[in-house]
Design a protein around this ligand. Structure first.
Ligand code: HEC
Length: 204
């Protein structure tokens, strides 16, 4: 047993020296030895890389014309564009108004529209007070009588000096905001006829 230990020490030393010293600092054109290559090296075209296979030399391809990503067909122009087949803004929104929808609309309106249009929609938001050009009040007859689709279109595409909010506000939320703006408009021009009979005596 003792004898074995004595021989192990120099053997390990020599093996270690050999390993550490082998080919160190020697340039080589060959790739380093890769004991377990798995799928690290395979023939493939990487994004943005050159390719000799395709005529224009680029490995990246454009999708076939007319390709539509899953979930983006959006054939329903009324829901996704706020316009009917003839391209006119729809008079009535294609979504049922519920209290939940209006609550969502109020929340989204407060985040994305109130800074300029203010809480009542009169167009005197905080950004306007700091010098941004004032938007028109939602309570003008012109906007009171405008079709629902017009509001959807303004959010989607912006209008004159107002930028688009399509990237911040998804389609379902745009309709929720439209519903809420309608409620705001109504709130500023309500008559006693808008209050349900049994709630009228609660008014002061
Ligand atoms: C950065 C300020 C700003 C924000 C935020 C903003 N708007 Fe506007 N909006 C404007 C301005 C300014 C105009 C007037 C544009 C013009 O006439 O040049 C306008 C105009 C409008 C109009 C009237 C369009 C017409 O027919 O004259 C509507 C409707 C409207 N905005 C809806 C919205 C809604 C809904 C949101 C939230 C999703 C929103 N805006 C967010 C600034 C803003």
């Amino acid at each position: 047993m003792k004898c074995n230990y004595i021989w192990q020490i120099p053997t390990l030393l020599i093996a270690g020296l050999l390993l550490a010293g082998c080919f160190q600092g020697q340039p080589s054109k060959k790739p380093p030895i890769h004991l377990n290559p798995n799928m690290d090296h395979q023939q493939k075209v990487k994004a943005q890389a050159e390719s000799k296979f395709f005529e224009n030399g680029s490995g990246m391809r454009l999708p076939v014309e007319g390709t539509v990503a899953r979930g983006y067909l959006r054939e329903n122009t009324v829901y996704y564009g706020g316009k009917d087949e003839s391209g006119k803004p729809v008079a009535k929104m294609p979504v049922t108004i519920t209290e939940k929808l209006l609550q969502r609309g109020r929340e989204r309106y407060t985040i994305f529209c109130q800074p300029c249009h203010d809480g009542t929609g009169s167009g005197k938001g905080i950004v306007v007070k700091r010098g941004f050009m004032p938007p028109p009040s939602f309570h003008l007859d012109r906007l009171r009588n405008a079709p629902d689709g017009h509001f959807f279109d303004v959010i989607t595409n912006g209008i004159r000096n107002m930028p688009t909010y399509r990237h911040q506000v998804p389609v379902a939320d745009r309709w929720a905001i439209v519903g809420y703006i309608r409620a705001l408009q109504r709130s500023q021009s309500a008559t006693i006829g808008d209050v349900p009979q049994d709630k009228r005596n609660e008014l002061k």
